[in-house]
Design a protein around this ligand. Structure first.
Ligand code: HEM
Length: 498
């Protein structure tokens, strides 16, 4: 389609590719290059649909916060609706069902509720250290196991001690199947050409695939739910999300169907995001040894060598806090957010945004904007010691981007933020305390320069470092002993989740 009058400017129209309005296939920096050329608000025409990209924090604030009543929808995703029956909190429109799911998610994920999960997060984090000690070359998959296991414990009270734990394998197989059918080209573009939905089943393979995925997902979600109900009936509660929701079902107005889908969506939302961050953090440590050394020095000064750090220590670790924020800024893991959609048309200056347009919040572009950050392409934790937002000193811009931008703006903000931040804080401190992270070496012993460019990360909604190698060694024998001892002690926490 051509660009209608009144739309913000943008690159020439893109070819007709199914689902591109939901799953960008371009690398994130492309969206930012376009922002440099066309401005803080521009449009993309993708077939008949319009996407708006926001890279200016004051426009983001205006549209996504002040006008959140009309900017909190999600783009239509027919195949997704067929699979989850309109019950996936992250992908459905902002109507009553979403509000009910959101209220329940918030009830069990707000800051004080999230704090109840710290013991299992800590125990799992100790297993992560122990796994890295025993098989450092497999660190990447230890991190994946860690974040999958924690979220399964938090949501269902059932952990995954190994990468091949059946619940874990089944969950992520089904998740993978359903996300891959949404990828551009995997199915015909039914959202762009609604008539395609009318093609009878026998010629429409996607319909059969979608039904098969739906059935597999339901077997899994209800199986996990039943296991919790069964445990509760035997008086063996362990504080999981599903237990809390079951206990408050009437108050939260969640039926069994909604409970099952909400739990599933939280596991989906909470696993890959956390591991993406932690693996990205490790890559940054390897690529920026100077920053790693400064963080270790601070850790040694504040915590010492004879005990593991705790969450309370973070108040005294300003450089560690800065390195956490700089990792978010430098390589945000959800760089374009989950696309929103407008439920009514809106005017921005002289532009008209039609109802139904997709909106991408270009968090990557904002967090790399030289107007706000000195030397934005460099990894400089010190910027967060200079100013709380890491932005240039004495900025007079009315809207200075917040480092929390990687989690939230407006009504669809990440409900898992507290759980995620606790996980990140615990693990970052542990890793800095425990190990040296160094580049992998060539056969002759010379270091292999780690690739920290955006092409070392996945494209699309999630930006995760592609598997990479590095050398991980404990910083002392005593620390290795402490890790082994703490791991044995963690068994008493694990007991309740096995
Ligand atoms: C490093 C970790 C994480 C990051 C960076 C992150 C970031 C985000 C972002 C950017 C969004 C989209 C916001 C929007 O569209 O406006 C989002 C949504 C969401 N996140 Fe997270 N998240 C993380 C961890 C988690 C965890 C641990 C959970 C679950 C416990 C979770 C559950 C969700 C859900 C359910 C949504 C959809 C909300 C809705 O559409 O109403 N996330 N997250």
């Amino acid at each position: 389609g051509h660009r209608e009058a009144g739309l913000p400017p943008g690159p020439s129209t893109l070819p007709f590719i199914g689902n591109l309005h939901i799953f960008p296939t371009q690398h994130i920096h492309k969206f930012t290059e376009w922002a440099h050329k066309y401005g803080g608000i521009y449009s993309l025409k993708i077939g008949p649909t319009t996407a708006i990209v926001l890279s200016d924090p004051s426009i983001v604030k205006d549209l996504m916060e002040r006008r959140s009543a009309t900017s909190s929808d999600r783009p239509r995703m027919h195949i997704g609706d067929v699979i989850h029956g309109g019950l996936n909190i992250a992908f459905i429109s902002g109507g009553d069902t979403w509000r009910t799911l959101r209220r329940a998610a918030h009830a069990v994920l707000k800051r004080p509720s999230a704090a109840l999960h710290i013991p299992i997060q800590q125990a799992e984090a100790i297993q992560l250290l122990n796994d890295m000690l025993n098989a450092p070359e497999a660190f990447y998959s230890h991190v994946d196991r860690y974040s999958n296991s924690v979220i399964l414990s938090v949501v269902y009270g059932k952990r995954a001690p190994r990468k091949d734990t059946p619940e874990l394998v089944a969950f992520f197989q089904v998740l993978h199947d359903w996300l891959s059918i949404l990828e551009p080209g995997a199915a015909p573009p039914v959202d762009l050409i609604p008539a395609l939905k009318l093609i009878p089943d026998r010629w429409a393979k996607w319909k059969r695939t979608a039904r098969r995925i739906r059935q597999a997902q339901r077997r899994l979600l209800f199986g996990l739910l039943e296991a919790v109900e069964d445990r509760v009936s035997r008086g063996r509660e362990n504080g999981s999300f599903v237990e809390q929701v079951l206990a408050k079902q009437t108050e939260l107005r969640l039926d069994r169907e909604m409970t099952a889908y909400l739990a599933g969506a939280l596991v989906e939302g909470g696993s890959e995001t956390t591991s993406a961050y932690l693996n990205s953090f490790i890559l940054c440590l390897v690529a920026f040894p100077e920053a790693q050394r400064k963080a270790q020095d601070e850790m040694d000064r504040v915590v010492g060598k004879d005990r593991l750090p705790t969450l309370d220590d973070l108040h005294h670790l300003s450089y560690v806090r800065a390195i956490i924020l700089e990792t978010h800024r430098f390589r945000p893991n959800v760089p374009l957010f989950i696309p929103h959609a407008f439920s009514a048309s809106e005017k921005v200056g002289e532009y008209i945004i039609p109802s139904g347009s997709t909106v991408f919040v270009n968090a990557w572009g904002i967090l790399h904007d030289p107007v706000f950050y000195d030397d934005p392409e460099a990894f400089v934790p010190e910027r967060f010691l200079l100013t709380t937002n890491g932005t240039k000193p004495a900025l007079e811009s009315p809207t200075i981007p917040s480092p929390n931008l990687t989690f939230r703006v407006g009504r669809r903000s990440c409900p898992g933020i507290h759980l995620a931040q606790n996980a990140i804080n615990i693990n970052v401190m542990n890793l800095i305390w425990a190990f040296d992270f160094q580049p992998d070496v060539h056969a002759d012993g010379s270091p292999i320069q780690p690739d920290i460019s955006v092409s070392a990360y996945t494209k699309g909604i999630m930006s995760t470092p592609l598997p990479f190698k590095c050398t991980i060694t404990p910083r002392s024998l005593n620390k290795a002993d402490i890790i082994r001892r703490e791991f044995e002690e963690a068994a008493s926490v694990f007991d309740k989740f096995e």
